[in-house]
Design a protein around this ligand. Structure first.
Ligand code: TMP
Length: 215
């Protein structure tokens, strides 16, 4: 089963994905759960992440950015996600193909049909069974990011886009959720870490969840 976490920058996805992995490990056994992230999750993917996020790379063309996210994705699918699914593990991914669809498709305004085809190529057609959307207002996410930055956390190239860009990304997520309402679970992320995690677990457990795809 593949479960993904999506949301705007600063929505708390990574923290929530980590806590959810701890919860599943405690209930199902540590060896059953794999937590990964995009871009990254493999040595090659982490190198690509550095190129994508470096503040030095302001001149990066939208098509370069798009292909690099997909290059990192192809690697994590081949090296981590597919092998784990073949062993009937549960894979949690902090971002996946939907991020490219909203950031590069809706945000950068690349052709959506082309974007979908390349994502499908990178993943070999693998789709998440379930996707959590951590819902926070754009301003709240950006404020959290800049507070984090003042405490020494990374501020990356993708955190410094225009307001219009983030609005298109946010609208992109809303469109995707409307198109596939049963795959997405929206969680209000504007609360304490503990409250959000509690809600997320409750929503997960209350789902009569039947995976659509085993491998
Ligand atoms: P994160 O650590 O907040 O997930 O940072 C990843 C950044 O990269 C975030 O701004 C979203 C962006 N991103 C894309 O633009 N396209 C993608 O396909 C992925 C996975 C991430």
């Amino acid at each position: 089963m593949l479960i993904t976490f999506e949301g705007m920058d600063g929505s708390g996805k990574s923290t929530q994905a980590r806590l959810f992995a701890e919860y599943l490990r405690a209930s199902l056994g540590a060896e059953k759960i794999i937590l990964t992230r995009e871009p990254g999750g493999t040595p090659i993917g982490e190198q690509i992440r550095e190129v994508l996020h470096s503040m030095r790379n302001q001149e990066m063309a939208a098509r370069t950015e798009f292909l690099l996210y997909n290059a990192a994705r192809a690697q994590v699918v081949a090296q981590v996600i597919r092998p784990a699914l073949e062993q009937a593990k549960i894979v949690l991914s902090d971002r996946f193909g939907d991020s490219t669809l909203v950031y590069q498709g809706y945000g950068r305004q690349l052709d959506l049909e082309m974007v979908k085809r390349v994502i499908e190529y990178a993943t070999g057609g693998l789709k998440p069974d379930l996707t959590f959307f951590l819902d926070v207002a754009i301003e709240e996410g950006l404020a959290r990011r800049s507070n984090g930055h003042q405490r020494g956390e990374e501020l990356n190239r993708m955190d410094t886009q225009t307001r219009e860009f983030y609005e298109r990304v946010r609208n992109g997520y809303e469109t995707l959720m409307r198109q596939e309402p049963t795959r997405w679970i929206r969680v209000d992320g504007a609360r304490s870490i503990e409250q959000v995690q509690f809600d997320l677990r409750e929503k997960f457990n209350s789902r009569q969840f039947i995976p659509t795809q085993t491998v």
